[in-house]
Design a protein around this ligand. Sequence first.
Ligand code: PRP
Length: 180
Amino acid sequence: MREPDYVVDEMISAKAIAARVEALAKEIEAAFAGTEKLVVVGLLRGSFVFIADLVREIDLPVEVDFLEASSYGDSMESSREVRILKDLRGEIAGRDVLVVEDIVDTGFTLSHVIHLLRAREPRRLETIALLDKPSRREVEVRASWTGFEIPDEFVVGYGIDFAQRNRNLPFIGKVRFPRG
Ligand code: PRP
């Protein structure tokens, strides 16, 4: 039988993620207590599992919206460009907004999205990332809430892909190349 190109070792279990998501939701509820409406913005595509679990744990009036940003590197330059492929459907001026990201790596995506949305003058703008790889940071940015700080490993699952695969794994796994 042909050996797989790579294997995935469990790094953060589904149970550990669920417990962390529940705790984060309680912190968000407390931070936004009394809000008229919290606009929860998921950054596509990686955040779709996290946002689905998170909003179901937040006991506040919530509106869900999505933004798709794509970042791409230019090997000749140290700077990265971030393009908006799909913008929000709703207005956020004067609103309480929570941006939901699956992972902060170099920080370019989150930093760009924060600047973009701040310019629309929300009442309050906070961010949450399930995973953070601080060792990879190129732009100074930090989410208001972080689920787990992780080392510089290639991770998949719970929404995060490797070449569009493995987004459906219920846990966060570490990719390993047996022959590499
Ligand atoms: C990934 C991830 C974050 C971003 C983090 O998205 O979902 O949005 O990269 O990287 P950065 O901190 O270096 O900017 P990707 O562009 O792979 O798209 P996807 O969410 O559709 O998988």
